[in-house]
Design a protein around this ligand. Structure first.
Ligand code: GFB
Length: 313
């Protein structure tokens, strides 16, 4: 990308899109295109085509998606499948029709089989059954990968697909029902501390293991890949390290400074037992995560408190 290339960040109000915009701006890219979902509904093909025909972006970061945690994925299966298929079909197709130079599609580590060998290599895709709680979301993301690869094959486009692990950071969703585990626990421990509650409920057994990547690291990787990676095959983005949900809860509890107990609610699903990405490929490409889990949670907790203070004032 040149500093004045026209770059469209789809989903710029979300956690991932806003991090990509911050990174692009700090790197000196000046010609960014952004449209909120109230102005442009990416599920509507005609509107997406009009937008691309009027603006003709050179580069597209496809970070727009319907996302959520384990319960939200399980409950809103139709929305996760339909919205994501529509968004990605429309944007990827328009990027082909309007001859964009390059597109980066963001998938998810949940595309891999539930019982994939750990750490999960890119070639595990479609080698086994998916985790049922997020199967519709995973199927949509797999369709997005295949759509990018099919356009590359049939029309010679340069559409790349990156698979991030579980993400956290600024602009995350803190809704207790629909969010992912890390923001949910930050909020639960903070509220328990403020209200002097005797315990905090953590869903599931605490035994599943997850890998967590700060979204600023992800954004750096995305810009790096847009500038350096031109392969058709998918590429993982992660830290290469994971932690049990129980240990994550203890870490967040300590960072927040809460003194009560942790109680596990085993009526809630555990999901995939382990989801650690093999990051050899992106390491060989020359990129590595920099933000440690602990420092990332400390800054995220500070941002969460700042948000609460902003709302209160
Ligand atoms: O982050 P999470 O919702 O997503 O849950 P997944 C991870 C683990 O944390 C599960 C446990 O074992 C949860 O049961 N957990 C404990 C909690 N307490 C909580 C809590 O208060 N809230 C939440 N949300 N979880 C999602 C997929 O799976 O990961 C998506 O459903 C996507 O499709 C995303 O791929 C990255 O890692 O299980």
């Amino acid at each position: 990308m040149n500093k004045d290339s026209k770059i469209y960040v789809a989903g710029h109000n979300g956690m991932v899109g806003s991090a990509i915009v911050r990174k692009l701006k700090s790197d000196g890219y000046t010609n960014l295109l952004m449209k909120g979902s109230s102005e442009l509904d990416l599920r509507r093909a005609d509107d997406v085509n009009d937008f691309f025909s009027n603006n003709c972006p050179d580069y597209v970061f496809l970070a727009a998606a319907k996302v959520g945690g384990i319960l939200s994925n399980d409950k809103y299966k139709a929305d996760f499948l339909y919205d994501n298929l529509m968004i990605q079909n429309n944007v990827i197709h328009a990027a082909h029709v309007y001859k964009c130079e390059k597109l980066l599609f963001l998938g998810s580590s949940c595309i891999y089989p539930k019982y994939a060998n750990q750490p999960i290599t890119e070639d595990s895709l479609l080698t086994g059954l998916l985790e049922p709680t997020n199967e519709p979301y995973a199927v949509a993301k797999i369709a997005g990968i295949k759509l990018c690869q099919s356009f590359n094959f049939q029309y010679g486009t340069n559409f790349i697909s990156a698979m991030p692990t579980n993400l956290f950071g600024p602009n995350d969703n803190y809704d207790l029902q629909n969010s992912h585990v890390l923001p949910a626990l930050v909020r639960k421990f903070h509220e328990a501390k403020e209200n002097r509650l005797s315990s905090v409920v953590v869903w599931g057994s605490g035994r599943p293991k997850r890998e967590f990547l700060h979204v600023d690291d992800l954004a750096e990787a995305c810009v790096y890949l847009m500038n350096n990676y031109n392969q058709d095959s998918i590429i993982n983005i992660g830290t290469g390290e994971d932690i049990s949900i129980k240990d994550l809860a203890v870490l967040i509890k300590d960072i927040v400074g809460y003194n009560g107990d942790i109680v596990f609610d085993q009526s809630k699903p555990d999901g995939t037992p382990r989801k650690l990405l093999n990051v050899d490929k992106i390491t060989e490409e020359g990129w590595k995560a920099k933000i440690s889990l602990k420092s990332g949670i400390i800054s995220t907790y500070q941002e969460y408190i700042n948000q609460l203070n902003d709302k209160a004032s």
